[in-house]
Design a protein around this ligand. Structure first.
Ligand code: CA
Ligand code: CA
Ligand code: CA
Ligand code: CA
Length: 488
């Protein structure tokens, strides 16, 4: 993380002299994407790998009604398809987010959004089909508004069900929902509901929570959210380990806000086998900055939040793609979108139009950085984008971690008691499970963090029928399997 600090600037200049790079030579002129008469907001993106194109969705508010639109974008030639109306009833359809649905039998795209058709806002869902987006259906509802869906990446731990994190008044909720038959459109939607690992403490706060989540291949589900607490916003975090369709809560929830400043809009990024990073907006008495805090899993401690870069003015609404960052700044006296990379001393303003320019979305494709954003320069809000060459070498390459290790079982064959031994190469989340030959989970022996080194676990198969069993040791980096023969 050392490379993320602009220490040099602080040493050489008084902070009042810090300004933004002139950027005209780096960024293209803004390209107008939408030209509706209404206000276009809340742009969402997904890269549709099999089709080699990007899908975009956004909402448009016109004459008091919000509808949902989508189109496709090919960065290689700058081509957009005409916008199609995805959902346009008399109710308000807004705040879309894409979700990858399946990779089997074929890759598919889903779109979650909010709609107040039934009085309260619920979470609706549509999926892309060969003939366009399907008729939306209500997937989540309650007698309070359910807002701000945040899709989690596809999970292996929960049988590949699409997951969406949502916000509702006075509680952070994540809904996992799925269906029995992967081959059909879900007619019968069954809900799995679980909470961050300390629901009681969440409910005891009289506040507002904005949650987001992340899931890794190591079956670890992380949650980070924002909470109004004693007149300011703080950030909380927890994680759970999911194994074979079940959730085993682990506790690591804490206030990572070490000062009396207010913290908002947390974004969780996994950058290292050991570390989570959380990017947060910090509001101090003088200005707003984007700060970053790092979790050391072994120490179970968050670092004190440090500014991502030093710059005057207020910064908000960070969008992250790798080491590329886009955000809003008001340093010129109006809101502009800006770009920063750890190789830079100062951020670049992408376009310095005097209108309001907000809500950047950044991604990198084929050697170029793209930033889309919303601007009201036309008298109503439209979506624009600009691009520049990628900055180049990524900073701070992570060390290669050893992947493989051997799992041994003794005795093998055996008649009841077995000892399972392995040398864990790195400290990591580790799940140890016994399966029968049909793939059914027989027993989970371990689920949680283990330090590196020689490990030994015991399994008593005395209750099980004779036969071949599989011992699976799964870490964030690899999965090792060993056979075990039970002979009575
Ligand atoms: Ca418009
Ligand atoms: Ca509508
Ligand atoms: Ca600032
Ligand atoms: Ca502006």
């Amino acid at each position: 993380m050392k490379t993320l600090k602009t220490v040099l600037i602080v040493l050489l200049f008084d902070s009042s002299l810090i300004c933004y790079c002139a950027s005209a030579q780096d960024w293209s002129a803004p390209v107008q994407v939408t030209s509706s008469a209404g206000d276009d907001h809340n742009l969402a993106f997904i890269y549709a790998d099999p089709f080699a194109s990007y899908r975009m969705a956004w909402d448009c508010l016109e004459a008091g009604d919000t509808d949902l639109y989508a189109c496709e974008f090919e960065p290689w030639n700058g081509a957009f398809t005409p916008p199609v109306l995805v959902a346009g009833t008399a109710a308000n359809e807004r705040n879309p987010v894409f979700s990858e649905l399946f990779d089997y039998p074929e890759w598919q795209i889903g779109l979650f959004f909010e709609c107040d058709h039934s009085g309260y806002y619920g979470i609706y869902f549509t999926e892309e089909t060969e003939s366009g987006y399907s008729a939306p259906w209500l997937s989540l509802y309650s007698d309070v508004d359910l807002l701000d869906p945040v899709p989690a990446p596809m999970m292996t731990c929960l049988g590949a069900v699409p997951t969406v994190f949502i916000r509702s008044y006075n509680m952070a909720v994540n809904f996992m929902y799925g269906w029995e038959n992967w081959f059909s459109i879900p007619q019968d939607t069954s809900f799995y509901i679980s909470y961050p690992s300390t629901p009681d403490s969440i409910h005891s706060h009289d506040g507002y929570i904005d949650g987001s989540g992340w899931v890794t291949q190591s079956q670890k589900m992380r949650y980070v959210w924002e909470l109004e607490f004693e007149g300011r916003s703080i950030i909380e975090y927890s994680y759970q380990i999911g194994v074979e369709g079940q959730i085993y809560p682990e506790t690591l929830t804490g206030n990572i806000s070490h000062t009396t400043d207010s913290f908002r809009n947390p974004q969780l990024v996994q950058t290292h086998y050991y570390d989570d990073e959380i990017f947060i907006e910090r509001e101090s008495p003088t200005e707003e900055d984007i700060v970053v805090s790092i979790l050391d899993l072994e120490q179970q401690e968050w670092s004190s939040p440090e500014p991502l870069f030093e710059a005057d003015g207020n910064e908000r609404n960070l969008s992250i793609f790798g080491y590329n960052y886009a955000f809003e700044t008001d340093i010129d006296g109006n809101w502009d979108v800006a770009f920063w990379h750890p190789n830079f001393d100062q951020p670049e303003i992408i376009d310095s139009h005097s209108a309001e320019d907000r809500n950047p979305v950044i991604f990198q494709e084929s050697g170029a950085i793209y930033v889309f954003w919303e601007s009201n320069r036309d008298g109503n809000w439209n979506i624009y984008y600009a691009y520049r060459d990628a900055v180049g070498v990524e900073p701070d390459p992570r060390p290669e971690m050893p992947q493989d290790f051997a799992v041994s079982v003794y005795p093998n064959p055996g008649n009841a008691q077995f000892e399972i031994n392995f040398d864990l190469p790195v400290s990591t989340e580790t799940a140890i499970s016994i399966y029968d030959i049909s793939g059914k989970l027989v027993q989970s022996l371990q689920s949680g963090f283990l330090t590196a080194g020689d490990k030994s676990f015991k399994w008593n198969g005395g209750e099980q029928p004779s036969g071949l069993y599989l011992v699976r040791v799964e870490t964030g980096q690899s999965t090792q399997t060993s056979k075990l023969v039970l002979l009575k």
